[in-house]
Design a protein around this ligand. Sequence first.
Ligand SMILES: Cc1cc2nc3c(=O)[nH]c(=O)nc-3n(C[C@H](O)[C@H](O)[C@H](O)COP(=O)(O)O)c2cc1C
Length: 357
Amino acid sequence: MKKDIQQKISKLIIYYFSGTGNARNVTHWIENIAHKYKIETQIIDISKLKSRKDITIPDNALIGFCSPTHGFNFPPIMFHFLLRFPRSRKNRVFIINTRAGLKMGKYFLPGMSGLAQFFSALILILKGFRIVGMHPIDLPSNWISFHPGIKPKVVESIYRRRKKETERFALNLINNQKDFKGLRTILIDLLISPIAFLYYIIGRFILAKSFYASKDCTNCGLCIKECPLQAIKTVDNRPFWTYKCESCMQCMNICPERAIETAHGYVFAIYYLITSFLVVKIYKLLQINRFLDNIFLEWLSDILLFFIDSVLVVLLFIAFYRIFHYLLRFRFFERIIVYTSLTKWKFWRRYKIEKRF
Ligand SMILES: Cc1cc2nc3c(=O)[nH]c(=O)nc-3n(C[C@H](O)[C@H](O)[C@H](O)COP(=O)(O)O)c2cc1C
């Protein structure tokens, strides 16, 4: 295989972000292949980078970006990192998004990328880079506020398959070949891209901030220390999730007491209250509809209404989130939250993935 290499790459640098370890594992599998070919490799966890000044791009280095998919896009930490990434005309780049892979019987089911690949590719092309690889890797889904963690046996089998796929991808790049598997689902990805947009402006504020520490919390501080976004702080001797949280799922999975939960019942009740009642009342009170209809064309006023709606929903969520956290101090309220949370039940497995490299 070594003979096939036409023009060896001088250096490989991979920038990655990972919540529960999938993207980190992929990054290290590629590093291992590069090492076999004696290629100097540097792996950088972007959540640990202090400033943009720490980023250097040697000429002719192959650069990779690897991150989980969140809401049919890259999570904001990676997306903003790409926006701030320096320009270069001399480097080739590749993009990997790890997705929610599932397995039904003997069939492996893929996740969905949405904008994760295209948006990042567009940003990098505009910065002068040459894209040589766009590849999603379907590792087990870690979105355990939505579903219980996948069974360990299934995790194993998905991992075995995807490791081989990643290694083939790495070999292609090292052999100076292009690999654009990410383009195969372009139509579906473009069709679901409006959801990516909605998730970015509303979804991540609503779905993401429903974590709380139950009475089992010993305030050991592990979640606060390990949070890649420094989004958890201590309030009233308990962890409190600020709006910096990107719902990467790390805290829920590493908590030694299994004391971090998602408040499903509360979120649904508040969502219902806000969308069906409060927003309508505020509109009436401020006469927003009439005001917009008077001064704008109908289509423009609809777009503006959508934005006002989104901002109102997010602001009301923030207010209710604060109230929620205050009320958690009272045992009666905490019990209601515990019994209406799905993650509290024993069968709701966590997704704990060890180092696999
Ligand atoms: C908040 C959130 C949103 C997600 N959205 C998507 C998605 O849109 N498409 C998808 O295929 N997987 C989605 N997933 C699953 C993860 O992208 C997937 O499990 C990934 O491999 C996790 O990587 P990590 O362990 O490096 O964090 C989502 C997970 C979370 C926590």
